[in-house]
Design a protein around this ligand. Structure first.
Ligand code: PGA
Length: 215
């Protein structure tokens, strides 16, 4: 069986106490699944000192290094807390006007400190910078809408991305739930999923991972 990569995206959700509660409930371990929970910056420093059954990730990184960039969090600051970062999520592109040029700079910053990158694209035309570790194919219209791409089309897009960019791990995101996750990961080219809403409750996320991995 292929090793699955499942990245939860909490977005701008959870206070520290809510995150502690989630962690208290998330106590299952899966042999064949890499789990990365991408959470707000405010939680990452605290998570570092905990003994967790999953990896943590950030949801963004500054395109600049350390310095006078008020409000930004640099790659070096993130790397102190975690090894993973999402770059290029469609919500960043839409609400914060992030362009391919800016995302290229973010990738360079992340790589310069050894962060591993989950890079999001909404199709197989969008540029994927060199050096990213995982690509997430997430059609914009499927994010948070309850509508998914078909598993067959997601597989075809992912084959194109893998062929074009020689990336080994490409996952699908957009309204993934425990009900539909198996239909995606059973496709030959799909290596895992990126659930947003379905990662917010520990019990639901556990169920999703179990259904994905057939445990
Ligand atoms: P969703 O979010 O699962 O809630 O659609 C996915 C994402 O934004 O990555």
């Amino acid at each position: 069986m292929k090793k699955l990569f499942i990245a939860g995206n909490w977005k701008s959700n959870k206070t520290l106490s809510e995150a502690e509660d989630w962690i208290g409930k998330f106590n299952t371990v899966w042999e064949n699944v890499t789990i990365v929970v991408c959470m707000p910056y405010t939680l990452l420093g605290v998570m570092k000192s905990k003994n967790l059954s999953f990896l943590c990730g950030a949801q963004d990184v500054s395109p600049f290094g350390d310095g006078a960039y008020t409000g930004e969090v640099s790659a070096r600051q993130i790397k102190e807390c975690t090894d993973w970062v999402i770059i290029g999520h469609s919500e960043r592109r839409k609400y914060f006007s992030e362009t391919d040029d800016m995302l290229q700079k973010k990738v360079e910053q992340a790589k310069s400190v050894g962060l591993k990158i989950i890079y999001c694209v909404s199709d197989d035309i969008t540029i994927v910078p060199q050096g990213v570790d995982v690509v997430a194919y997430e059609p914009v219209w499927a994010i948070g809408t309850g509508k998914t791409d078909t598993p067959e089309n997601a597989n075809a897009v992912i084959v194109n991305i893998k062929t074009k960019y020689k990336i080994a791990t490409v996952i699908y995101g957009g309204s993934v739930t425990s009900e539909n996750v198996a239909s995606f990961v059973s496709q030959p080219a799909i290596d895992g999923v990126l659930p947003g809403g379905a990662s917010l409750e520990a019990e639901k996320f556990i169920q999703l991972i179990s259904y994905a991995s057939h445990d």
